[in-house]
Design a protein around this ligand. Structure first.
Ligand SMILES: Cc1cc2nc3c(=O)[nH]c(=O)nc-3n(C[C@H](O)[C@H](O)[C@H](O)COP(=O)(O)OP(=O)(O)OC[C@H]3O[C@@H](n4cnc5c(N)ncnc54)[C@H](O)[C@@H]3O)c2cc1C
Length: 389
């Protein structure tokens, strides 16, 4: 698409946003019960779907096919018009879809991709106690019995599990094989008997994460994705999906959060303080750097081996710096209001809550320490850290 055609596309998205982005969703979604949040998210997803904006990154045959430059414009405009985020469908449209597209059978794709468009919600059941950064240490087991696997074990930190219909599940199918070679990958229906989901209450007051206890859960062998014991390779597809275009969207959203911070500092008079003005200027420069890094990442045919890690690390630490200043600028009164607009993400404008939540972001998809190791080893070619097994 040429510059002029891209401008036309932008104008169309702007018109659409003006007409369809709900104007009052921030106050209306503040402090609402979970069911209302879920209903709102599902409605917003369908609104985006009707416009062809829900899964622009999917292949055309499945309802996507939007070229990358248009996707970049779409995310810029959605952020500029302060559209709600697709928080609930994040794992479904990124992790589950990319895994199915890369490693699923035709039958699995036909079963699940249209269902995701109709609102099917997924959770990622990878982490376990003692198996987070060292994911290959996972112990949940899947024992084959005829056409079924019987699954036992415990998962933790599963985002959104309480609302999920299906789970991307990793379990050990060969306890005697080397750690990474004995793991299989399953699609597990969350309504199967033997599954117990227990929400974990967070410092922010939300219960976004859950533990999942699995007690003799029967998963049909047809729901295995990839070959038996080859689940580790499939899992890399899932983890890869957390990067790329998702970062482009998040960087644009962070820009929206930063604009709200500048407004706040203007309202409270903090902008008159030269030190605060200086900090804001430094943050804006960093934000410009982040957007440039994201643009480079999504434009690259073959990103460098550490590029995604650089963007994730920089984004998450910048989020901390922005919400840190926001918490300071919002003043003491803000610390007593522990409610935020759901559907907003990590830059909701409820600054103390955003600051707390910003620390979460340095953990999933690989902690900051792990990202630094990847950048050191794969990006800079430094000696590898000692590893076991
Ligand atoms: C917001 C959020 C959402 C999440 N969502 C999901 C989800 O939906 N599904 C899911 O399966 N999991 C999810 N997780 C779990 C997440 O993937 C793990 O928490 C993460 O992999 C870290 O593992 P851990 O908690 O076991 O910490 P550990 O791995 O025990 O790490 C503890 C500390 O040690 C450091 N460390 C560990 N190993 C090394 C090393 N080799 N070198 C240097 N430092 C090291 C870590 O960086 C960290 O600071 C989520 C977590 C968060 C915070």
């Amino acid at each position: 698409m040429t510059g002029a055609a891209l401008d036309d596309f932008r104008a169309g998205v702007r018109d659409w946003c003006r007409e369809h982005v709900p104007k009052d969703w921030r106050p209306a979604q503040t402090g609402v019960p979970d069911e209302e949040f879920v209903a709102f998210q599902k409605e917003w997803f369908q609104e985006l779907r009707r416009a062809g904006f829900a899964v622009p990154h999917w292949p055309r045959e499945w309802g996507g096919g939007m070229p990358v430059p248009e996707q970049a414009v779409l995310y810029e405009e959605l952020a500029a018009h302060d559209a709600p985020r697709l928080v609930l469908a994040f794992v479904s449209i990124h992790h589950a879809a990319s895994t199915l597209l890369a490693a699923g059978t035709d039958a699995q794709r036909r079963r699940h991709l249209p269902a995701i468009l109709d609102g099917e919600i997924w959770v990622q059941g990878f982490s376990e106690p003692d198996a987070g950064s060292d994911l290959a240490a996972l112990r949940a087991s899947a024992r084959r019995e005829g056409d079924t696997y019987v699954v036992n074990g415990q998962k933790c930190w599963a985002s959104g599990a309480a609302h999920a219909d299906w789970c991307l599940l990793l379990a050990r199918t060969d306890p005697d094989a080397p750690k990474r070679r004995g793991i299989s990958y399953f699609l597990m229906d969350m309504r199967t008997p033997g599954i117990d989901v227990r929400p974990t209450r967070q410092a922010t007051g939300e219960s976004h994460f859950c533990e999942i206890f699995l007690d003799d859960v029967a998963v049909p062998a047809a729901n295995r994705i990839g070959a038996e014991n080859a689940g580790w390779r499939v899992a890399q597809e899932t983890l890869g999906a957390e990067r790329g275009m998702t970062m482009l969207e998040l960087a644009e959203r962070l820009g929206g959060g930063f604009r709200r911070l500048v407004e706040l500092c203007g309202r409270t008079g903090a902008l008159d303080d030269p030190l605060t003005a200086d900090r804001l200027a430094a943050l804006e420069i960093e934000l410009t750097g982040l957007r440039a890094l994201c643009a480079k990442l999504v434009a690259a045919d073959r990103p460098g081996p550490a590029d995604a890690s650089i963007v994730k690390l920089f984004y998450s630490e910048l989020l901390q710096r922005i919400t840190d200043l926001g918490t300071e600028a919002a003043g003491l009164a803000a610390h007593t209001d522990l409610r935020k607009p759901l559907s907003s993400g990590w830059e909701s404008g409820a600054w103390p809550l955003d600051f707390l939540a910003s620390w979460e972001w340095t953990i999933p998809g690989g902690t900051s320490e792990i990202q630094r190791t990847i950048i050191g080893e794969r990006g800079l070619g430094l000696p590898r850290e000692p590893r076991e097994g």
